[in-house]
Design a protein around this ligand. Structure first.
Ligand code: AMP
Ligand code: MG
Length: 340
């Protein structure tokens, strides 16, 4: 569905040029599709009030019509028209985590085009913290729906190049503000029932949410509804354990696949790249789980032409939420231990 050539507009991530934001905001308001960086991943924005623009967004992503979109706002005052109520728990969480990587599901006021939520009577919303995202939404003067800017079923994009890989010719503009700082998605929290439910684990930990709501973390249920990692399922092997034995196991697998004429790529930490043969990507530094989270999607995209991707996961390499994502994406999880 090539629309046109997608324009790339460079923009400073810390102090975005107001003139660029104003121009991109005006295009959004007119119904164009504009991709932009948020603190989590790149989002693909469309005017939430414009059913045609929302339809074009679903088409550009190849997103199933029943997968609802998240509303991105520039301030809490913009939320009230779109929700039926703001529960007390939500008010406290918004106070602490907005702007930031927490998406909250509310009962909907039902005034947005049906396509936005695929006919659901709930609506998800957040206020992003990234200066480009915030500035763009403010400049657009409209609520913006902004799912991750990837083709449906592919990993979320953490650079403008990832966005172009998936969506070049399908969207109007990508604002290139460099790599996104967090690199994994927002946490989606449903507050429409009696007790909070995490629909998608993400950048805000369950423990942080529990502390603000004033409940024990174990009482917050998790119902993982995302299938974002589907594209990997056939080829990812996760090797968990101490770095030495994990490396031995990965090299053994690598050699076995080579004998079978299968290509294998390896994801490890930057310091350990030289432990490995073949195509290997250093994702983050050892003991710095944040840097590994920021780089994991880029690393997986880099190796997606391989028959198999072997990911090394030593203790402390990944945050629990990232490890969980990798486990769900893997067709095999291998645990290794220190030899005694
Ligand atoms: P993305 O579209 O990639 O930004 O991811 C947004 C996530 O929030 C998806 O997993 C959606 O299914 C989920 N989501 C959005 N709106 C709702 C809603 N009203 N109820 C439940 N989940 C939602
Ligand atoms: Mg997504």
């Amino acid at each position: 569905m090539g629309i046109l050539t997608t324009a790339v507009w460079l923009i400073d991530a810390v102090r975005p040029d107001p003139a660029v934001l104003a121009e991109a905001g005006a295009l959004l308001r007119k119904g164009k599709l504009v991709a932009f960086p948020t603190e989590t991943v790149y989002g693909l924005g469309a005017n939430a009030l414009d059913a045609e623009a929302v339809g074009a967004l679903f088409a550009a992503k190849g997103r199933p019509a029943d997968n609802p979109l998240t509303l991105h706002l520039a301030g809490v005052e913009s939320l009230t028209p779109y929700v039926a109520e703001i529960p007390a728990a939500a008010a406290g969480l918004m106070e602490i985590f907005w702007p930031g990587p927490l998406t909250i599901v509310f009962k909907s006021a039902g005034i947005l085009p049906r396509a936005v939520t695929g006919g659901l009577d709930t609506i998800a919303a957040r206020i992003p913290a990234h200066p480009v995202a915030l500035g763009l939404i403010r400049a657009a003067r409209i609520p913006v729906v902004a799912p991750s800017a990837n083709l449906s079923g592919r990993p979320s994009p953490t650079t403008a190049a990832h966005v172009l890989d998936d969506l070049a010719g399908r969207i109007h503009i990508v604002l290139d503000g460099g790599p996104t700082p967090i690199g994994i998605e927002s946490t989606v929290l449903d507050l429409t029932g009696k007790s909070p439910v995490i629909l998608r684990p993400g950048a805000v930990a369950k423990e942080e949410i529990a502390a603000v709501v004033g409940v024990a973390a174990e009482t917050i249920r998790e119902a993982f509804t995302e299938r974002n990692a589907d594209w990997l399922r056939s080829r990812l092997i996760l090797v968990e354990g101490p770095a030495g034995p994990a490396a031995q196991e990965i090299v053994r697998l690598y050699e076995r696949f080579a004998l079978e004429n299968k290509t294998a790529g390896i994801v490890t930490r930057k310091e350990r790249v030289s432990n490995y043969p073949g195509p290997v990507v250093g994702c983050g530094r050892a003991g710095d789980a944040r840097s590994a989270a920021a780089g994991i999607y880029a690393a997986l995209r880099q190796l997606e032409n391989m028959d198999v991707i072997l990911v090394e996961s030593a203790p402390g390499d990944f945050e629990p939420v990232v490890r969980e994502r990798l486990r769900r994406a893997a067709f095999q999880v291998i645990g290794v231990r220190d030899a005694r």
